[in-house]
Design a binder for this molecule. Sequence first.
Ligand code: ADP
Ligand code: MG
Ligand code: MG
Length: 204
Amino acid sequence: TDPAAVAALDQVAARLARVLIDAEEELTALDRRVGDGDLGINLARGARAVLDARAHLQAESDASGYLRAVSQLVRHHVGGTSGPLYSILLLGMAESLEGAASPGADAWAGAFAAGVSRLRDIGGAAPGDRTMVDALVPAADAATAGHEIRDIAAAARTGAEGTAAISANLGRSSYVGDRVIGTPDPGAIAVAALLEGLAAVGTD
Ligand code: ADP
Ligand code: MG
Ligand code: MG
């Protein structure tokens, strides 16, 4: 058990939940343009479930247990395509951190990359398909290369903005065809916002 690691992770989780609640309108507006308009609602619902469960989450004995519990909350509370995908990403991180007493930067980077890999196995999207994978893969690559969280977030933002130039091969945006050009993928923008929120932890 590692109470300090759990407390630190709990602070981060609360911060990221607030990022999603603050981004609800922006993400829903983007998804209304290129999807079905529910992404902000889906993610904010999960964020509120995490905030409501904090007392229970704080009782987890380590980071792995905490992430596993959040994965279950997300699976129960987040609808759409994002729910199962974020849930599996978090489960992959939890499994990667299993038994790590006090995970350091390398362990966290490895866990993130493992979670992204699990998400890709389930979702089947590759970079260039215009999904959240376009933000997650450059971010995971930057994390694996040992870059700082600021640079990891910047890689996600660049990847997310790049989706504005491509049409979708997967997901609802593929039904919209070339009308998506000019609007970034909402799921990729959500990933960039989350990692920027993570980079801002401790700066205020
Ligand atoms: P839905 O389209 O079911 O309403 P959400 O609104 O919850 O789903 O999420 C939409 C986001 O999901 C998209 O913007 C995209 O980033 C992501 N997405 C869709 N399909 C996939 C996939 N196969 N793999 C990874 N991400 C995907
Ligand atoms: Mg949607
Ligand atoms: Mg939907």
